[in-house]
Design a protein around this ligand. Structure first.
Ligand code: NAD
Length: 279
């Protein structure tokens, strides 16, 4: 590994699991000091203990502004500054396949974590960075915020809002030397996409992931399973000076899903015509 983030200080929210975890690992490998923020204290503490001295854990609920202020203060106190804020924590909410079955009881929670948490994290990091020479903010949205579709309506709405929010504040914060960008991952294998249910162990999750893979792949041109590390590499790019001229973008990491429909409709039409003439 190189030292692309040497002497940089980063916060990764939702850093105890999935995409956040892979990113915190890569950041440390690239020379950064990292505060992992999560509500999952057990996993977060074990993970940062493994990462060693460049990492700290801070128990944080991103939907609470007080927790987020304490998080930014903690990063500055522990490592002397804040250069990179990765607002990654997010939840899908209850998984009703149809809107009419959704009682909307978790709407406030989904908005609180996915949208409000991202806004507060961006604002508090932005305030610090604006007074200390700039920085980088990266928000984790989703292709669900680009492509309308059935189910997970609250989730899709918050992710669409995160994309719009990112573009707005990229303009607002540019004068302070703060770049703000946004990710739109597609199907990435994490607990979130294994439809984890309480009590499911790792072996069960692996079996479920295998069963779900062909379904996830059906609308993805690249028949390759997205990994947390794929997203982490993109966060590294957007955090480093390699992306010095990039702000206000949304970058899909989706195996081509948002490029368009992978079904060859012309071929299907030819096949249908051939079948019709055969009978
Ligand atoms: P994950 O469930 O594996 O990890 C999410 C982490 O966030 C967990 O460690 C969890 O404890 C933490 N968290 C949950 N609520 C929190 C809160 N209130 N405060 C702080 N931490 C909290 O999920 P993931 O797949 O790694 O997803 C990370 C982000 O990527 C989310 O914003 C998600 O919407 C987005 N995303 C994921 C995918 C995917 O396919 N996995 C696709 C698109 C977008």
């Amino acid at each position: 590994m190189g030292q692309e983030l040497k002497e940089k200080v980063a916060i990764v929210t939702g850093g105890a699991g999935g995409i956040g975890r892979a990113t915190a690992e890569l950041f440390v490998a690239e020379g950064a000091s990292v505060v992992v923020a999560d509500i999952d204290v057990e996993s977060g503490e074990a993970f940062t203990a493994d990462l060693g001295d460049p990492a700290r854990f801070k128990q944080t609920d991103v939907s609470r502004a007080g927790d987020m202020q304490a998080l930014v203060d903690y990063a500055v106190e522990q490592f002397g500054g804040l250069d990179i804020m990765f607002n990654n924590a997010g939840i899908s909410g209850a998984q009703h396949p149809r809107f009419l079955d959704d009682d909307l009881s978790d709407f406030q929670q989904v908005v609180g974590i996915n949208l409000y948490g991202t806004m507060v994290g961006s604002q508090l990091a932005g305030k610090y960075m604006s007074q200390h020479g700039g920085g980088v903010i990266i928000n984790n949205a989703s292709i669900a915020g680009i492509l309308p579709g059935q189910a997970l309506v609250s989730y899709r709405m918050t992710k669409a809002a995160v994309i719009h929010f990112t573009k707005c504040i990229a303009i607002d914060l540019a004068e302070y030397g703060i770049r703000v960008n946004c990710l739109a991952p597609g199907h990435i294998r994490t607990p979130l996409t294994a439809f984890t249910i309480p009590g499911m162990d790792e072996e069960q999750m692996t079996r479920v992931r295998e069963a779900l893979a062909p379904v996830w792949d059906s609308n993805q041109p690249l028949k390759r399973h997205g990994k947390p590390e794929d997203v982490a590499q993109t966060v590294l790019f957007l955090s480093s000076d390699r992306s010095a001229q990039i702000t206000g973008t949304v970058l899909p990491i989706d195996g081509g899903i948002t490029a368009g429909d992978p079904v060859n409709h012309l071929q299907e039409l030819f096949d249908a015509r051939a079948r019709a003439l055969d009978t």
